[in-house]
Write a protein that binds this ligand. Sequence first.
Ligand code: ADP
Length: 893
Amino acid sequence: MAKILIVDDDPDFTALVREWLTRHHHEVLSATGGAEAIRLAGAQKPDLILLDAEMPDISGIETGRRLRGDAQTRHIPIILITGSDPLASQFEKLMAGANDITHKPLVLERLGPQIEVLLTGKSSSPEWIERLLNEAVREALAILPCDLVWLLTLDEQRESLVSRALATGGGERVEVSFLETLSGNQTHPTIPLGPEFGLLTGVVTNGMATLNASLSELRAQEADGLRRACEKLLLGFVSVFPLQVGGRPAGALVLGSRDPLNLGAARDRRSLAVVVGQAERAIGQMRLAQRLAEREARVSERPGGRPSALKQAAQVTGPPPAGEAQRRAHEVTLLLEASTAASSTLAIEQVAETTAWLLLEALAVQWCAICSWDKRNGSLTCLVEVADLSHPAGQERRVALTDFTLTRQAIESGRPFAASMDDPELWGTRHDILQAPGVQAMLALPVDIDGRIVGVAELYHTGSRYFFSTDDLEHCQTAMRSWRDALQAGSSWDDPGPVRQLGESLLDTTGASWCTILRYRPQEDALSILHEQGKAVWPLGEGTTYQPDEDSPHLRALQRRAPTTARLDEATFVPGHLLDRQWMEGGSLLIVPLMARGEAVGLLQLMDRDTDRTFSEDDHSLAQAMANVVGNALDNVHLSARLLRRAAQLEAAYNDLQEANRLKDELIQNVSHEMRTPLTAIMGYAELMADGTLGSLNAQQLESVSVIAEKSHQLARLIEGILTFHELEKEPLQRSVVSLRRISEAAIRAIQSTAKQSEVEIVTSYAENLPDTYADKTRLGQVFDHLLDNALKFSPEGGRITVTIWDAGHAIQTEVTDQGIGIPTIEHEKIWQRFYQVDGSSTRVYGGTGMGLAIVRRIVEQHGGRVWVDSAPGKGSTFAFTIPKVDLTGTDA
Ligand code: ADP
């Protein structure tokens, strides 16, 4: 029997689920909104929460996030009840930090097993992991332009790849058949690494992707099964991407597609990066779960062994869930949660902080700091620091009170004192030490028991809060009073438990970042630290920067890309950290590189105050797995920043181009306009000379003048073309009711005599009862002129041009067909560009300016029609265009 909290604003729904759960012997609590749910969860600690995503006060997503953000409710499994769009609900699940989703209308039979899994901790079970991997491939199929997504993991011991998850558009039957064809009847077929599977083996061992291997290439390289399996699905191409976890080969992602996979678009490449990242994380989680399960098994076999990390943490944070299995599930769920949440947000600070707390708990260390690494500058920049560190009684260091101006005032007066960093004299020598990590304000609270001052609690704000308010002071006093009341019931100021509790409640009430609790020794007039707790989070790139020494363990971890350990006395803390190192007698450090795509992008430091602590293999791999989560998240942030920068550059370049284009057009237009007048004079005089009006010329002179006349006419046509094109842009269409047939006939009449000269016949074929349309008569006339002009120009002597017009239903279609030289397919797109000619030298043979078709297309498109060509060299050309039909009822004919 478990305690289950239903959160839903619909009373009917709640009643139904309550009834069903009660029948299954669960205790049921209910809340109608987010605020109530958060309160109830904190007070009642349910074993599971069923959370409606859509609620009026605080949404289910936000409620989930707040539950996850609170240490008291962070561990409670959540099933989110959400809409039916699978991708959207998956996203909501990630955002809410939920463990599972279910949809309305609720299928109770399905909900049962989901609850069961979460309650009994099967979430580390193979079924659960399988589901996780399956989700990864399904999502991949949805966002990538391919027909099959197949995930294989590397089994290093057996030197083979194990098929883990498969998604095709064809559903489960197709998938089963694919796997069966591949390897007989295994559900998780194994593919040995070796020459028979050259493609997969190559990708996994070299770490280099293969794009679009065709099946015939497979035939040569791969064993028969894969090729046949692909053929059965009509796949023509396979692309294989290597997967890595912590910089080592971990498997392969196979994408199958009917056509070659096209990753030309930036969006698709980015999707692919996301998918590969997700697959890698899923494998990382799988391995993590396996390792944790193995570790737990070992610990439970050895009753005298070191208690698991979580057991230790649980002793501090509250009673552990009953039973070893449940506790294990709890630990795995915690870790899986963090990494899943990490993949859903770009807020790297949040990911880093969650991971840091998690590691503190899981490895039973007391301090964790995470930095990003800038390889070029050789510098580390603080991102997050968290600590929860008690100094055992008898081992604390003493420090003379002289350094602590503010603290001294608090002790001497017995009253709290607050100050902001802006008053340096209040801080004494500590001003600089505290300014480096970004402390903005401090509050010193005297701690008195039975009227005697026994110590001071110092609270710090980092980040944007730069003062403590009087409200804060009051809240602190209240918290202190209730703490004292509880303390009188038998605990002592020396016990770490109660001291820690004081720190926690002060941090809670003020929202401060950091709390240091010091004991006061009146005889010596000295202080010693009992407890330090809190966090500091710096926005990416804004924390203090530090260059690790040549021989530092930090640089060692970064260069070797592997965890390394160090004693505190040989390792330096990165400045900017809040933990006051002067209080440390000793300690052990575990330094782990944050890995992403095989590169170290930062590092994570963990500290145990115990100098003799040895970090086990398990600790190393657990920390490395978590470091990779942060590494990947950090990498994503860099990636998205780069993409944004690139997008901005592209946009700027595009705008420049647009502007340049506009200026060019303007220039051409102005120049063309200005050329008209002198050109008219040149043409005129050339003609006068040619026809002898200005006196007779000898043969050579006559020929020269004819060339001038011809060329200046050509220039005039070009200018006309340019100006016409610009007019098209500027002048709106002058529409009226027109008959395409009549426009066509007029254009043919105009060209008829030239056609006759070239012995080209023009025939027409007009459909009966062609409807009139509403269009710009002059411009459509230009369309016919240009098309006929071209047809004639490129026709052989004795050729035939056919003009056909018919009613194509939604539009009237016209075709101008010739038997001319034709146009190669590769040119079909380009001929519509301004000034383009298939063969530049053709101008000499055929004349022309390259403007005609550009004008044709512009005019047709202005009318909402379409224009295209069907042509091949030596086969003639057909130019076709449509003009949409318009309902003419009501227009003046
Ligand atoms: P031009 O004034 O050079 O004819 P167009 O824009 O009208 O310019 O045509 C562009 C090019 O397309 C031509 O130079 C020619 O190479 C090709 N083209 C156009 N119409 C035909 C056709 N009917 N037959 C063959 N080629 C053609």
